[in-house]
Design a protein around this ligand. Structure first.
Ligand code: 5GP
Ligand code: ZN
Length: 113
């Protein structure tokens, strides 16, 4: 997946500000933050997005949701935070590699659509 931006970030071919890494998950700061804390959490294995999650690869999604609270704690998001994954064009997905946005560090707007 050499042409995938996030695969290239995982490989270190494109620099990023890493906040977490283990065998299957990578997390880094969004280049265009929408909140004081804006982190992207991604599987190291290429999955196109929510639509690409299957019974074969969903274990990494469960693991991501174990990692997210650890990151939130490390980032001192004691007041709460939002987890978002955009799937497809109508949701505004711009990078076709599954990613979960962690947004926090301020009172977030309540409108979801
Ligand atoms: P999406 O719009 O697909 O839900 O989210 C993609 C996110 O990736 C956007 O928030 C965008 O700012 C972020 N992004 C795009 N290119 C880069 C990059 O090269 N480095 C980092 N750190 N974030 C990126
Ligand atoms: Zn990828």
């Amino acid at each position: 997946m050499n042409d995938c931006l996030f695969c290239r970030i995982i490989a270190g071919e494109i620099p990023s500000t890493k906040v977490y890494e283990d065998e299957t998950v990578f997390a880094f700061r969004d280049i265009n933050p929408q909140a004081p804390t804006h982190i992207l959490v991604i599987p190291k294995a290429h999955i196109s997005g929510c639509d690409g999650v299957t019974s074969e690869n969903s274990a990494v999604v469960a693991h991501i949701f174990e990692v997210i609270p650890q990151i939130a704690k490390a980032e001192n998001l004691t007041g709460g935070y939002r987890v978002v994954s955009n799937c497809g064009a109508d949701a505004g997905q711009t990078v076709p590699h599954l990613h979960f946005h962690i947004l926090g560090g301020k009172q977030l707007a309540l409108d979801m659509a």
